[in-house]
Design a protein around this ligand. Structure first.
Ligand code: ADP
Length: 358
């Protein structure tokens, strides 16, 4: 570090006085740094200026400068807009970019009558649209998930009131259905509350040095009772010592095992394997199934809140798309990481790694 003596410091100040005021910044460069597209069309609607972001958005190169906008721009809605803006003065609209890019933009156009130029600014709104569609899907999934148990509870209670109470056997069945569906509602609400607590930063962990083998066996017993058609094999070292919160660990493994059982193939014997492996200072846990698998495009996205793969096998299985998001959050809170890969010949391996204590 450099220290100035007082005298030198004053001199430095004097020196800075003689500096010229900073040059004005290049606007299109600033917009580039902000990821905003910028394009100018001259009085003949030829491209006279375009920044890097805009070239990327609209799939054009710098050789487009000087060319007529109508010939070069693959976003047809934009061509329509720069024709209209000459009458309107300014316009704001949402458009789709070239089909191959699959992007959408908020575009603002201004016509400068003095210079006879059209200034166009583009903001990439693709991510916002995706989030919005994920939110919409979630609300519709959630309503569906809530509606089913609520209507079963309602129909069964009505049947009891309407006379089924007199028939002991029927009353028992109706009551069982009420119990099962109220449990379903409890799980759903607890998923939502869990995620809200974790994301608000209020989830407090109790990290301990533990061997998780007994806990794993207990979790496997519970899951096996729920999914009797799936056989679960455990291969976990009983000398492992892991830094973990037992409650969070239980939730993580339960969610992964429930998924492995839920997204199983119909026509084969369903086997789920749990393995542990020490890699350097980490312990990696794997849950491998031989189920329906996950397409490469969805592999990362399954950890997003509310995301559910859009195939008929998934959509016919109940779920909200919150389980893996909870898994990721909890593992990260314990200082670890999560991921998944394809299993062979079919199925998926979900893994999470935690810090080893030995
Ligand atoms: P949910 O199961 O409630 O839909 P999750 O967050 O647990 O939510 O999972 C998100 C999505 O990831 C599921 O809807 C499904 O499409 C996919 N998925 C999760 N686990 C598996 C698995 N073991 N095999 C195949 N697909 C899976």
């Amino acid at each position: 570090m450099k220290f100035f003596s007082k005298k030198k410091k004053d001199k430095a100040k004097e020196g800075s006085k003689s500096l010229k005021p900073a040059e004005p910044r290049d606007l299109s460069l600033v917009l580039d740094l902000m990821g905003v597209g910028f394009l100018v069309l001259d009085k003949n609607d030829r491209i006279s200026e375009v920044n890097q972001s805009c070239m990327k958005f609209l799939e054009i190169s710098s050789t487009a400068i000087g060319s007529p906008g109508v010939e070069v721009l693959k976003a047809h809605a934009l061509v329509q807009l720069f024709r209209e803006v000459k009458k309107e003065g300014s316009l704001v609209d949402e458009i789709n970019g070239p089909i191959s890019g699959g992007l959408s933009f908020l575009v603002s156009l201004t016509y400068d009558p003095e210079r006879q130029e059209t200034l166009i600014v583009l903001l990439d709104t693709t991510r916002l649209h995706k989030l919005e569609s994920v939110r919409r899907d979630f609300i519709s999934n959630l309503s569906h998930e809530l509606r089913t148990p609520v209507s079963v509870i309602r129909a069964n209670s009505e049947a009891l009131i309407d006379g089924a109470l007199e028939d002991k056997e029927a009353a028992k069945n109706f009551s069982k259905a009420i119990l099962k569906n109220s449990e379903k509602l409890t799980y759903l609400l607890s998923d939502i509350l869990n995620l809200a607590t974790i994301e608000s930063g209020e989830y407090s962990l109790d990290i301990q040095d533990m061997n998780p083998k007994n806990l794993i066996e207990e979790i496997v017993k519970n899951i096996s009772e729920q999914f009797s058609l799936v056989s679960i094999k455990v291969d976990v070292d009983d000398k492992l010592l892991v830094k973990m919160d037992p409650q969070a660990f239980e939730q993580v493994l339960t969610n992964l095992l429930e998924n492995a059982a839920k997204y199983s193939s119909k026509d084969i014997e369903n086997v789920v394997k749990i393995r542990s492996r020490k890699i350097g200072s980490l312990v990696r846990f794997e849950v491998e199934d031989n189920g329906i698998g996950i397409s490469p495009e969805d592999r990362e996205r399954v950890f997003e809140r509310f995301f559910r793969a859009q195939n008929k096998n998934t959509l016919s299985t109940s779920g909200t798309g919150l389980g893996l998001s909870i898994v990721k959050n909890l593992v990260n809170l314990m200082g670890g990481s999560v991921g998944n890969e394809q299993a062979h010949p079919e199925g998926t391996i979900f893994w999470f790694s935690l810090n080893s204590s030995n």
